[in-house]
Design a protein around this ligand. Structure first.
Ligand SMILES: Nc1ncnc2c1ncn2[C@@H]1O[C@H](COP(=O)(O)OP(=O)(O)OP(=O)(O)O)[C@@H](O)[C@H]1O
Ligand SMILES: [Mg+2]
Length: 277
């Protein structure tokens, strides 16, 4: 395990990040008003090309942590480095530039129901580029094709698609600006187990085909075991354990062992993406 992915080594790693330490949080704290500290000194490294999965109970601060990483929220104190640029204290205009390094995939895909798939997926290009309509449409169809979606899907509305297809459409939209980092907030929640595995495969496929770095929030321990290079356990605003999923399940942290055991997932049987299990 890379030292940055160990509880013992992360402090030194965040002090002096290397070129492959793409996302670095250094003692990040966030309070929403007095007495409401939601992030309580987060040290975190997500290395280039790896998949980091954040697990933890409801209200632990997972979404808040993710919103800091994608520059939608600024910390009360601490540093956030994206590709070794400290983004804390940047102007709104500079933050907008940083935000374009991220593609976001939300729970339930978060597609706009009254817009077609074409309009949904085209949205980032309409928003961030001056491309002509024809060019935008061509790029949408191209992205749909990459995600194994028929061009006909472009004319449909989200309600006409299956859960798995909606995820693909959400991914197509997240990939429109070809971001180096993809973040997913609960990508498998609300999906049946089979579709969840398809989403795991998709996350891995994005990594292998486009070399993207992925940061995934998940309640799904099986998914964590299938895709994570690094798993971190967030409890009440603190990372209490980190390492490979196996290390969380079998390592020194009683809290982590307990958290994984309580999920009821037989982690020994889960396997990794691509091994046919
Ligand atoms: N903008 C905000 N203003 C005030 N409090 C906030 C804000 N955003 C988040 N919080 C609080 O921060 C805490 C953590 O919320 P967060 O959504 O990050 O948890 P979570 O781990 O993602 O939970 P879940 O698993 O339910 O999605 C909650 O108590 C929430 O009310
Ligand atoms: Mg959340």
């Amino acid at each position: 395990m890379h030292p940055a992915y160990t509880q013992a080594g992360v402090k030194a790693a965040v002090r002096d990040p290397g070129p492959d330490d793409l996302v670095v949080l250094r003692d990040v704290k966030k309070s929403f008003g007095p007495g409401h500290e939601v992030l309580r000194g987060i040290d975190l490294v997500a290395r280039r090309g790896d998949t980091t999965v954040i697990i933890g109970g409801s209200g632990a601060g997972k979404t808040t942590l993710l919103r800091h990483i994608v520059a939608l929220e600024q910390p009360t104190s601490g540093d956030i480095l994206i590709d070794r640029e400290n983004i804390v204290g940047l102007s709104e205009r500079e933050l907008n530039r940083v935000r374009q390094k991220f593609g976001m995939v939300y729970q339930y895909a978060a597609l706009l129901d009254s817009f077609t798939v074409m309009e949904n997926v085209a949205f980032p290009l309409v928003e961030h580029t001056k491309l002509k309509k024809k060019e935008i449409e061509a790029r949408v169809v191209e992205k749909l094709r990459i995600l194994d979606l028929d061009p006909d899907v472009a004319r449909k509305f989200p309600s006409e698609l299956s859960g798995g297809m909606r995820k693909r459409v959400g991914l197509a939209r997240a990939l429109m600006m070809e971001p180096p980092i993809l973040v997913y907030d609960e990508p498998t929640s609300g999906l049946d187990p089979l579709t969840s595995r398809v989403v795991d495969d998709l996350i891995e496929e994005m990594r292998q085909r486009f070399g993207v770095t992925s940061i995934v929030i998940s309640h799904d321990i099986a998914s964590c075991f299938r895709i994570a290079h690094q798993a971190v356990l967030l409890i009440r605003g603190e990372i209490v354990a980190r390492g490979s999923p196996d290390e969380l399940a079998q390592g020194d942290s009683a809290v982590a062992r307990d958290f994984i055991e309580k999920s009821g997932v037989a982690v020994g049987d889960v396997g990794r993406v691509g091994d046919g299990r």
